[in-house]
Design a protein around this ligand. Structure first.
Ligand SMILES: [Zn+2]
Length: 73
């Protein structure tokens, strides 16, 4: 498990989204957040070009790393 990364992504999500909204089209940050009205999660990137629906936080974190090129798909 990679609890350290997961905690970082979920700490103060509103502040995190504000910070990445100001980052301007680069892949500086990704977040995985729960859907409000149904089960599952969605993940998005600060570049504004990437958003996916996922079943679990782990899936979202993995896809985020694939998106930024830090791991192979
Ligand atoms: Zn991106």
């Amino acid at each position: 498990m990679d609890d350290h990364d997961e905690n970082a992504l979920h700490e103060k999500p509103l502040e995190f989204m504000t910070s990445i909204a100001n980052s301007g089209g680069h892949c500086d940050g990704q977040a995985v957040l729960p859907h409000e009205n149904r089960t599952g999660y969605y993940a998005f990137c600060s570049c504004g070009d990437w958003r996916v629906d996922v079943e679990t936080q782990e899936d979202g974190l993995h896809l985020a790393r694939v998106h930024t090129g830090s791991v192979q798909a």
